[in-house]
Ligand binder design. Structure first.
Ligand code: HEC
Length: 116
């Protein structure tokens, strides 16, 4: 009887530990093999940082965190336009990335960064 109780406790503790572990494991751009992550590493990390946590440039300019905080651009259209046209210190990507790639980056920002 004592053993049965002990077993139940161990099972619950194990499940809790797993659940906790997976919910705190955040998306890693560095470890991701996705195409979007490679675009990010090549084009966006210089300003936004390797994990998109934002940073302050040498001239004091603040680059926003793309994972948390108050997001300035919220709709797909706004995010698309911002990546395409740039502005406020961000360079435009319409000549570097295709329309399809920009759309993929909008999804990447929403799905992989903001949710994680
Ligand atoms: C030259 C530096 C620079 C590069 C390179 C750059 N960004 Fe930015 N990014 C900025 C700055 C500065 C802002 C803030 C613009 C503003 O306040 O309107 C910004 C804002 C953003 C935002 C809006 C955040 C919000 O609050 O809604 C997104 C999304 C974004 N960048 C994505 C990207 C992606 C994706 C790339 C690569 C394709 C990229 N950025 C490359 C400097 C950069």
């Amino acid at each position: 009887m004592v053993y049965a109780k002990l077993l139940i406790i161990i099972i619950f503790a194990g499940a809790a530990a797993c659940g906790f572990g997976s919910s705190t494991k955040r998306f890693s751009i560095a470890e991701s093999a996705s195409y979007e992550a490679s675009i990010f590493r090549q084009n966006c990390a210089v300003c936004h940082g390797p994990e998109a946590e934002g940073k302050t440039l040498e001239d004091g300019k603040q680059i926003p965190n793309l994972r948390e905080g108050e997001f300035k651009y919220t709709t797909d259209q706004q995010i698309y336009q911002h990546i395409s046209d740039g502005g406020n210190g961000m360079v435009p990507f319409r000549n570097q990335l295709s329309e399809r790639e920009i759309r993929q980056m909008v999804e990447f920002v929403k799905r992989d960064l903001r949710e994680n």
